[in-house]
Design a protein around this ligand. Structure first.
Ligand code: ADP
Ligand code: MG
Length: 339
C-alpha cells in the first residue's frame, strides 16, 4: 500500500485557517477597524456594498506601512504587535495573532494602499488567492486603505452560507458599533451602498452612546466610575426603565475590547435587584481597565471570550460599583421608580 498523507498546498491551508477568523463580511469589518485603531488612526471610514459581500473597505489616517511591511502584512503569523508569548500579557493592541490580513487575502480579492508620513510615495498591492498579483508605488494620503472584494469568491460553498443582506448588514453594524463605542475620541463613518449610515464626530462617551444607540438614552444614563488597585470601571448603565425584554444594548469592554461574558452580565443584572421588571434586561456600556497581566485574551480567535486570573474579584467589583451608582442617583432598590 502506498503512503497516503500529503501536505496541503499553502493556499488551501490558508483557506481552511481563514475560516476561523473570517466567517462573514462582518468579521473582516472587525479586523480591519481594529487594525486601523492599532495604527493610531483618528479617522476611520468604513465603506460596504452589498452588505459587505461585494466590498468591505476601511480607510484610515493611521501610521501606514513601508513597502516591505505592506507585503509582509499578508503573511500568516506576521505581526508587528508581539514578539514573544509573554508580550500577550502586556498587550495594549487589539491585534496580535497576525492572521487577519492573511485570512482575508485567502478568501477574497484584496487591494491595499498605504503610506507612511516619511515616505513620499505609498504602496499599492493587489492580492488574489493569497498571491500578490500587482505591487507598485502610488500617490496616496498618509494612512491605509484596505479593500476586501467578493469575499469567498474562491470558496463557493462558504459564500452560499452567507445570510441575507439584511442579516449580514446587521452583523456589520454590530461590529462597527462595538469598535466605535470603545473609541469615542476617534471619528468614524459608515457608508453602505453609497448612503451614509453613520457619521460619528469625535466626542464624549455619552455622545457616542446616544449617536449609536439612540436619543432615548439622552436622559437615561447613570454614570459609573470606580477605581481599585486591581481595576477601574467606568461607563454608564441605563436607568431601570431602559431595560428591555430582549437582550439588546449590553456592552462590556475589557481594555477597550468588546467581550461577551454571561458571568459579568449576571453581575450587572443582579446589581439592579428588584428595580427591573421580571424577564427584562438592563442596558449598559461598561469599560473595565486592568493590567493586561490579569487577563488572557488568547482563548478564542475572535477574542470575544477572555479569562481573568481572578474573576470573583471582577464580579464583586462590578456589582458593587453599579449598586453604588444606582443608589447615588436615587434609584436604589428601595425606592419606587415607576413614577
Ligand atoms: P495583527 O493585527 O494581529 O498584527 P493583521 O493580519 O491584522 O495581524 O495585520 C498584520 C500587520 O499588518 C499588523 O501587525 C500591522 O503591522 C500591519 N497593519 C495591518 N493593518 C494596518 C493598518 N491599517 N495600518 C498600519 N498597519 C497595519
Ligand atoms: Mg489585526
Amino acid at each position: 500500500m502506498p503512503d497516503i498523507i500529503q501536505l496541503l498546498p499553502d493556499h488551501i491551508a490558508n483557506q481552511i485557517a481563514a475560516g476561523e477568523v473570517i466567517q462573514r463580511p462582518a468579521s473582516a469589518v472587525k479586523e480591519l477597524l481594529e487594525n486601523a485603531i492599532d495604527a493610531g488612526a483618528t479617522d476611520l471610514q468604513l465603506i460596504v456594498t452589498d452588505a459587505g459581500k461585494g466590498l468591505v473597505q476601511v480607510i484610515d489616517n493611521g501610521k501606514g506601512m513601508s513597502a516591505t511591511d505592506a507585503r509582509m502584512a499578508f503573511e500568516r503569523h506576521a505581526t508587528s504587535k508581539i514578539k514573544t508569548i509573554d508580550d500577550l500579557f502586556s498587550l495594549r493592541t487589539m491585534g496580535f495573532r497576525g492572521e487577519a490580513l492573511a485570512s482575508i487575502a485567502a478568501v477574497a480579492q484584496v487591494e491595499l494602499k498605504t503610506r507612511r508620513a516619511e515616505d513620499e510615495l505609498g504602496t499599492f498591492i493587489r492580492i488574489e488567492n493569497s498571491v500578490v498579483v500587482q505591487q507598485e508605488p502610488v500617490q496616496c494620503p498618509v494612512g491605509t486603505s484596505i479593500s476586501m472584494k467578493n469575499v469567498f469568491f474562491n470558496v463557493p460553498a462558504r459564500r452560499n452560507f452567507l445570510k441575507s443582506n439584511t442579516t449580514e448588514l446587521r452583523n456589520i453594524m454590530d461590529e462597527f458599533t462595538r469598535v466605535a463605542m470603545a473609541f469615542p475620541e476617534v471619528r468614524f463613518s459608515l457608508t453602505s451602498n453609497g448612503q451614509q449610515v453613520f457619521v460619528l464626530e469625535k466626542g464624549s462617551l455619552k455622545q457616542r452612546i446616544v449617536q449609536l444607540l439612540g436619543s432615548q438614552y439622552n436622559t437615561k444614563l447613570v454614570p459609573i466610575k470606580e477605581d481599585t488597585d486591581y481595576l477601574t470601571i467606568s461607563g454608564f448603565v441605563g436607568k431601570p426603565d431602559t431595560a428591555r425584554k430582549t437582550r439588546g444594548d449590553q456592552y462590556f469592554f475589557i481594555n477597550n475590547r468588546f467581550i461577551k461574558s454571561a458571568y459579568l452580565n449576571h453581575a450587572v443584572t443582579h446589581a439592579y435587584e428588584d428595580l427591573l421588571a421580571k424577564d427584562s434586561y438592563p442596558s449598559y456600556v461598561l469599560f473595565i481597565q486592568l493590567d493586561p497581566q490579569h487577563v488572557d485574551i488568547n482563548v478564542h480567535p475572535t477574542k470575544q471570550e477572555i479569562k481573568f486570573d481572578d474573576e470573583k474579584i471582577v464580579y464583586a467589583f462590578v456589582q458593587a460599583a453599579i449598586k453604588h451608582a444606582l443608589a447615588q442617583f436615587s434609584i436604589a432598590p428601595s425606592l419606587d421608580f415607576s413614577l
